[in-house]
Ligand binder design. Structure first.
Ligand code: B12
Ligand code: SF4
Length: 493
């Protein structure tokens, strides 16, 4: 049994990353580690970071003649993932094509119904399902053979069929550490700037899966489930130690959706880092309503230097009744004050254009960002719709996504995207006009936001695909000039 696991080449992310630093794909590395442990021949091909062309990909499959070609998918890179599946089937028809990752998991039926070259979608966690799939295929080389594998959707007698969901992996400590040795680690050039220390080599780690909350736009509760599973602090520390030894990592980026879900576990991890004097700097994502000052101080002592958290909207109504994020402005303000006192960089996330969000409410958000100018590193996005989320349902109900919408089809004129900002993913536009959204984005940019308008111009021009796009970018240019003039007048007067 031989399996090749691909990150597809090109696409929005590769383009965005092409000159910077990125990180190895933890999902494929976990699957690789499990298969390797079970004696299955596995090759991971990160075609993005290897800068492979489609011809290179074809050659890889032709030479490898694998039993299975697997490809990971996010909604941003889905078209590249579909393309890879098509190519694999064309080059080597006997291969079983498998797609996993957040996009395929959340839109399995859509992906299979519109992509005849795709044989199987693995929904959710991939470690046990992929292993079962390999074993089933070893026994019986046809669709019936795999129809007992839990957690997949596939084609059976000409129709798309789904097996029952697989139960989540509760004992995450039982998983081997991700197989970093299966990718060319140095090619990722994964480095993070630590204040006062400069750019240091970094490694990505995930210590828990699942989220008990249910924000309307978020893929995590659907993809990973709402039952949170955690690795033991000691297991986490062992992985950090392995990275320190092998890669001389100076920074650990914890990618857990909410690292501080359990105060006790957070304290234990911090205490172990301190006891073992691990020379690491780290960053993570938290919920502000679960944070306390003593905990943040402990995390800081253990090496935390940058912390991200979603506040999403300045309006209480939008946060609590639209997004379903019960976080108070007071919690947000406290965490920022503690961060400043302790020397941690606060990185709040904000989103514009929530369902029913009015211009007045959106201005509460931008005023909050402007109020904290210079004190925080704010990240801002326009709301995007992802498959399987409550927001996708809303978008269908109000007709933003037409009834015949498919995630497999490109550039429908009815769907508005902003490829230069976040790939080919539908924007959620409701009450705010395009000019208002543009104003909000530029005001964020002027208040220290990390976007350079000038740098984006070549990509904007390359990505104009319709009159609608042209009109939207023209409105943006007009709003930009208007705000610049207003700024100049203020300076002058
Ligand atoms: C790290 C991360 C990033 C990194 C990218 C790292 C990388 N090179 O992969 C950065 C910071 C660059 C990033 C950027 C973005 N991200 Co991001 N990111 C994450 C995060 C926090 C962790 C990913 C991870 O390592 N998970 C751990 C591994 C173990 O899980 P996994 O990758 O899902 O893999 C498992 C299964 O999915 C499955 N599987 C995966 N691939 C395959 C393939 C096969 C063949 C099989 C069988 C199974 C399988 O098995 C794996 C093991 O169980 C997730 C949230 C999350 N909880 O996962 C969001 C997440 C993936 N990101 C998301 C988004 C929206 C974005 C951005 C758009 C954000 C932005 N505003 O720019 C961009 C888009 C980038 C892109 N082109 O996709 C969404 C994706 C939703 C979707 N439908 O695609 C997620 C799910 C967050 C969320 N809650 O909504 N992201
Ligand atoms: S945004 Fe964060 S808190 Fe909300 S559901 Fe997603 S992971 Fe959970």
């Amino acid at each position: 049994m031989k399996i090749q696991l691909f990150v597809p080449p090109g696409g929005y992310f590769a383009e965005r990353w092409s000159k910077g630093s990125t990180m190895p794909p933890l999902g494929l590395l976990y699957i690789g580690a499990v298969l390797e442990k079970e004696g299955i021949e596995v090759e991971i091909v990160p075609a993005d970071v290897l800068k492979m062309s489609w011809k290179d990909v074809a050659r890889k499959i032709e030479d490898g003649r694998p039993d299975i070609v697997g490809v990971t998918s996010t909604t941003e890179n889905r078209f590249q993932s579909f393309q890879l599946v098509r190519q694999a089937k064309k080059i080597f028809p006997p291969v079983l094509t498998v797609m996993g990752g957040p996009h395929a998991s959340m839109a399995a039926e859509d992906a299979l119904s519109h992509t005849p070259e795709l044989d199987v979608v693995v929904r959710g966690e991939g470690e046990e399902t992929t292993l079962d799939l390999c074993r089933a295929l070893e026994r019986e080389k046809d669709a019936n053979g795999i129809s007992h594998v839990a957690g997949i959707s596939h084609r059976l007698e000409g129709r798309v069929a789904s097996t029952p969901p697989r139960s989540p992996i509760f004992n995450l400590d039982a998983l081997p550490f991700p197989a970093f040795h299966l990718v060319p680690f140095e090619k990722y050039n994964f480095k993070i700037d630590v204040p006062g220390k400069g750019l240091l080599p970094a490694v990505n780690i995930m210590t828990s899966r699942g989220c008990p909350f249910n924000c309307n736009f978020c893929a995590t509760p659907v993809n990973w489930g709402r039952a949170v599973r955690t690795r033991s602090p000691l297991n986490v520390i062992r992985e950090i130690e392995a990275h320190l030894e092998k890669y001389g990592a100076g920074v650990i980026h914890f990618y857990d959706d909410t690292f501080n879900l359990s105060v006790k576990r957070m304290e234990d991890i911090s205490n172990l880092i301190l006891e073992r004097r691990l020379p690491i700097n780290w960053l993570c994502e938290i919920r502000v309503d679960l944070m306390t000052k003593p905990l943040l101080a402990k995390m800081r002592e253990a090496g935390l230097f940058y912390v991200s958290f979603g506040i999403e909207a300045g309006s209480e109504r939008v946060r609590s009744t639209v997004i379903n994020k019960q976080v108070k402005l007071k919690d947000f303000q406290n965490v920022i004050a503690w961060c400043r006192e302790l020397g941690v960089v606060p990185n709040p996330f904000f989103i514009f254009s929530h369902p029913t969000e009015t211009w007045e409410e959106a201005q509460e958000t931008i005023r909050l960002i402007e109020r904290y100018q210079g004190e925080v590193e704010a990240s801002v996005a326009i709301l995007h719709v992802y498959p399987g989320t409550p927001l996708e349902k809303t978008a269908k109900e109000i007709g933003l996504l037409p009834s015949d919408f498919s995630w497999t089809k490109k550039h429908s004129s009815k769907i508005i995207t902003l490829p230069t900002a976040q790939g080919d993913v539908p924007l959620f536009l409701d009450k705010l006009t395009w000019a208002q959204i543009s104003e909000l984005l530029f005001r964020w940019s002027f208040s220290g936001g990390n976007v350079s308008v000038a740098r984006k111009i070549p990509r904007v021009i390359r990505n104009i695909r319709s009159w609608g796009d042209l009109k939207r970018y023209a409105v943006m240019a007009w709003v930009f000039m208007k705000l610049k003039l207003r700024k100049l007048k203020r300076k002058g007067g």
